[in-house]
Ligand binder design. Structure first.
Ligand code: HEM
Length: 538
């Protein structure tokens, strides 16, 4: 058992973010040499040339040359804040996670993001929003890496590169989908129809939140709680904003993006600075951990499906308050690294095939984004629990590890630090019987329904909200050059709701196709019959 990891200055991991930065009275080089002049390079005479021996000049310019790191491959634009999560204790019966016990306060860092835009893109675009929370618990860091929409575009992670390639800017002109040619996005979602439910949420007012403070958050996948007796319960996570759920209307969003592209990050920072700390209640929907992992006909492992709250109410388990802005955008918001596999005892993953691929993807991308395998030692990523791992060396290693030999089992270097499988404070994988022994690439039959949840969501909206959905589809599809893509997406809409399809088709000046799926049991859309409007292609 080696000694606790320490930084080069001897501070334990989890030390304050500003530990080494700007600590002296005088301007110095990176080596601590006091400087007399940082405004003039060293020259041969007043008119030059500049001398290569000017170490301070070379250090200053070289460091500047390397100031940028790659932006995230997705969710590149984000805004972060620090806060605290206080648990109610209501989940203690079903999860043994220490931070969910009654009245435990846990520091958190939250990063909100858009998905498709680059780091410098506008805030109020129509897009999904990321909602990631890092809980610095006593038992290790727990990350809840969610979105503001409860369903996802795809059922299997192998489709993620296809989805993102279809949605990101075109490679020839680097013009974002959000403002220009929409063909690739609508081509993909009309061919890959499991994306229809998520796309419907994007086209609704949820796609253009008024504020990051007025968004819901969802874990999307079904997770597994494990209690002190080892009993498991399936759960879906929900963040409910105390500020209410509010959206922009499209015209507002377009004006805001022109006038103030930083609208959302400014709003969040201003609110926190003014002491109007935003709050979200964390809740869970709970389901019995049955063999088929179905609930009321909904496959809980299908991330394109949500469970209506009427069928499984959201039960509050704690409250989060964001109460401090980051000190430094790069150090905190940019360098923070979330991972759905950062779990604590009492919370585990399920076999959702999208979640399973995410468990690989985040660590992999962060090794390249943050320059090697030691980004967990960056202050914002340091656990606030003691760390005693066997990871050694690597690029940007900060810790000065003691001890002779990081291997296990080990009789020389401190003995055996744990008794695997017997210590209930350790993370224990839930034993799970695997149903299929046949290697195959097929989806289960329960994943094949691609339209009913889009229909359910659309029909749950008020007339004004339905009106906005129709306008959004009409506007966005009106930007598609390829008629065949518009026709195929209209067919998908016909399979969701005949009246919705007819209204969008009318707006596009195209005939409405007949549904190929059975939508007969569908209730008529009262909102549409009331409104009966059409919208021109803008
Ligand atoms: C960020 C991959 C699905 C939420 C990322 C990043 C990658 C990634 C590579 C960049 C991470 C970084 O550079 O630190 C994937 C893959 C998915 C997937 C392969 C499907 C298999 C999802 C889903 C959600 C989600 C379903 C929501 C439940 C997020 C969020 C971020 C993110 C919120 C931004 C994290 C931050 O603020 O730093 N994803 N993702 N992703 N992903 Fe996913």
């Amino acid at each position: 058992q080696g000694p606790e990891a320490v930084s080069p200055t001897g501070t334990p991991t989890g030390a304050p973010l500003t530990a080494r930065a700007q600590s002296g009275q005088y301007l110095t080089t990176a080596q601590g040499l006091r400087l007399g002049d940082t405004d003039h390079s060293l020259k041969a005479g007043p008119r030059g040339p500049v001398l290569l021996q000017d170490h301070h000049l070379r250090e200053k310019i070289t460091h500047f040359d390397h100031e940028r790191i790659p932006e995230r491959v997705v969710h590149a634009r984000g805004a972060g804040a620090h806060g605290v999560f206080r648990s109610y204790g209501t989940a203690a019966r079903i999860s043994r996670a220490g931070f969910l016990a009654k009245d435990v306060e846990t520091p958190v860092f939250v990063r909100f993001s858009t998905v498709l835009g680059s780091r410098g893109s506008a805030d109020a675009v129509r897009d999904t929003r990321g909602f990631s929370t890092k809980f610095y618990t006593d038992e290790g860091t727990y990350d809840l890496v969610g979105n503001n929409i409860p369903v996802f575009f795809i059922q299997d992670g192998i489709k993620f590169p296809d989805l993102i390639h279809a949605g990101k800017p075109h490679p020839d002109r680097e013009i974002p989908q959000a403002q220009s040619a929409h063909d690739t996005f609508w081509d993909f979602v009309s061919l890959h129809t499991e994306a229809q439910a998520h796309t419907m949420w994007n086209m609704s007012d949820r796609g253009i939140p008024r504020s990051l403070r007025t968004m819901e958050g969802f874990g999307v996948h079904t997770f597994r709680f494990v209690n002190a007796e080892g009993k498991t319960t399936l759960v879906k996570f929900h963040w409910k904003p105390k500020q209410g759920v509010h959206s922009l209307v499209w015209e507002e969003a377009q004006i805001i993006n022109g006038m103030d592209p930083d609208f959302h990050r400014r709003d969040l920072a201003d609110a926190i600075e003014a002491g109007a700390f935003p709050e979200w209640e964390l809740g869970v929907q709970t389901f019995p951990d049955t063999e088929d992992q179905m609930f009321e006909g909904i496959d809980l492992l299908d991330p394109t499906k949500f469970v209506p709250e009427e069928l499984a109410p959201v039960q509050p388990i704690g409250i989060m308050t964001l109460n401090a802005n980051p000190t430094n955008y790069f150090a905190e918001t940019e360098q923070v690294a979330f991972h759905p596999g950062h779990l604590v005892p009492g919370i585990d993953v399920t076999n959702d095939p999208l979640l399973q691929v995410r468990l690989f993807s985040y660590l992999d991308t962060q090794i390249s984004r943050l320059g090697g395998p030691n980004f967990g030692q960056i202050p914002i990523n340091r656990p606030q629990a003691p760390v005693n791992d066997m990871l050694r060396d690597g690029m940007h290693q900060q810790a000065v590890h003691g001890g002779a030999a990081p291997y296990h089992p080990n009789s020389l270097d401190g003995g055996c630090p744990f008794l695997a499988g017997q210590d209930m404070s350790a993370f224990i994988d839930v034993p799970e019987e695997l149903a299929a022994s046949i290697k195959e690439r097929k989806n289960p039959a329960s994943f094949s329904d691609h339209y009913s949840q889009a229909r359910l969501f659309f029909r749950s909206l008020t007339p004004v909200e339905q009106d906005h959905v129709i306008q959004a589809y009409t506007f966005e599809l009106g930007k598609c050059y390829e008629k065949a893509i518009r026709e195929r997406q209209l067919l998908a809409l016909a399979n969701v709701d005949t009246d919705l399809c007819a209204a969008v088709a009318k707006g596009l000046g195209m005939p409405a196709p007949a549904a190929t799926e059975d939508v007969a049991d569908a209730e008529p859309s009262p909102a549409l019959s009331q409104l009966g409007k059409t919208w021109p292609v803008a």
